[in-house]
Write a protein that binds this ligand. Sequence first.
Ligand code: SF4
Ligand code: SF4
Length: 79
Amino acid sequence: MGLGSLFKRGKKKEKTEEIEDCHIDINVEDCDGCEKCTIACPNNVLIIIDDVSSVRDSQVCKSCRVCVAICPNDCITVN
Ligand code: SF4
Ligand code: SF4
């Protein structure tokens, strides 16, 4: 029995990564660019651009809503 037959027996597990469909809204009118959300976000989703918070990469958002909780101006909504 060759090694090849051993490997064939093992079932290939399909790797599936769930990407949550996360939608982040930032009210830039009320944002003062304090950076609290960008520092608090554990996934580095947010970034300050032109003195307001912006979404850098919504695909890595885990909808934990830490940013929502920390924003002093209630600018962020995560659906
Ligand atoms: S919900 Fe969580 S992961 Fe998404 S942007 Fe806010 S702090 Fe980051
Ligand atoms: S915490 Fe709120 S006010 Fe501060 S940068 Fe983020 S969105 Fe703007």
